[in-house]
Design a protein around this ligand. Structure first.
Ligand SMILES: [Zn+2]
Ligand SMILES: [Zn+2]
Length: 327
């Protein structure tokens, strides 16, 4: 029998034994497989016999509606090299197994485009991104001056339908920031995969979006490359000390860092003075952005603030009169 016909027969018999693979076409003109791990990890592999087969490598075409073109191109190159190792032998089944294994062992292939964009657009020369295919994780090591933040982002099997997992491994920003950073990152990821509570009829039907990119963008742009450079809107000096070991963790310390609702940072001492100084009408507004300041530590009404101010002023006047009298 013709060796190609023999190989086709063998493929028909054995293809069903390979997990996650479906034989779609199996004729001398073309052999075609569907390789599918999850909805977003699936591709079609087409094999064409060259004239001198099997003494020439089998021609492989990879197509996918969900995987990135760049990834398919890279994988095609690897496949070509792999097929060259099989000259003189039946190549199709080993190649299908090879591709199937590649998809299984490289779960981050599902976000390869996002990862290239993160590397290209977000990382500065001090930042590092590492891929852990074995555990389906992206490790970020971010740096700004003496400050750092290391995060572990886990890509679930059903990504992008399910959001990326966020964990801060280590950081030297103020300890009180850690929970806030994680909460904010998780919220950004959640909004990528869950429709908004309030829907307007004009909105297009909700479709989950990849969440790795938005979470990385937040950690890189809004956290590590912003907080250490933030200026206190009151005294115009940097909020965080140049040396992270000088961070104050004592909430009543004047250099303790307060984060207000509008995201601006203040020295505790500066904010305390500002919150207790008129004008109070309409509530105190952030000097940097004009948004009303809401903060746990200064939860008083403008009227009460006004009364306290008046009382303090009266006391000060009394005291200065006493001082005048003593002089
Ligand atoms: Zn200040
Ligand atoms: Zn503000």
């Amino acid at each position: 029998m013709d060796p190609i016909q023999k190989e086709l027969e063998l493929i028909r018999a054995k293809a069903k034994d390979i997990n996650g693979v479906e034989l779609v076409a199996c004729v001398a003109a073309m052999v075609r497989f569907k390789i599918k791990k999850t909805t977003h990890k699936s591709l079609d592999a087409c094999f064409l016999f060259p004239d001198n087969y099997p003494h020439e490598p089998i021609v492989i075409e990879l197509k996918s509606k969900v995987l990135a073109d760049r990834l398919l191109y890279g994988l095609s190159q690897i496949c070509e090299d792999e097929a060259k190792k099989l000259l003189g032998q039946r190549q199709i089944l080993p190649m299908v197994e090879f591709i199937n294994k590649f998809i299984a062992e490289n779960p981050l292939c599902v976000c390869s485009d996002e990862i290239s964009r993160i590397k290209r657009d977000l990382m500065t020369k001090d930042d590092e991104i590492k891929l852990k295919q074995k555990t389906s994780q992206v490790i970020l090591k971010l740096k700004e001056g003496a400050y750092y933040l290391n995060a572990k982002l886990t890509i679930p099997d059903e990504y992008p339908e399910v959001q990326v997992g966020v964990e801060i491994k280590d950081q030297n920003l103020p300890e009180t920031f850690r929970i806030h950073i994680v909460m904010q990152a998780v919220e950004i990821a959640r909004r990528c995969v869950q429709p908004p509570m309030k829907k307007t009829p004009k909105d297009a039907p909700f479709k989950p979006k990849p969440s790795l990119g938005p979470v990385c963008e937040y950690l890189v742009k809004e956290v590590i490359h912003t907080f250490p450079k933030e200026i206190c809107p009151c005294c115009r000096e940097p909020c965080l000390p140049e040396n992270p070991t000088n961070i104050s963790n004592e909430p009543s310390d004047s250099r303790f860092i307060e984060r207000v609702y509008c995201k601006h940072l203040f020295h505790h001492g500066c904010l305390d003075t500002y919150m207790k100084t008129p004008p109070f009408t309409g509530g105190k507004k952030c000097p940097a952005c004009g948004n009303r300041i809401y903060h746990e530590k200064w939860k008083i009404t403008p009227e009460l603030a006004e009364a306290r101010w008046a009382h303090k002023e009266a006391r000060r006047r009394e005291l200065s009169e006493v001082v005048d009298f003593l002089e």
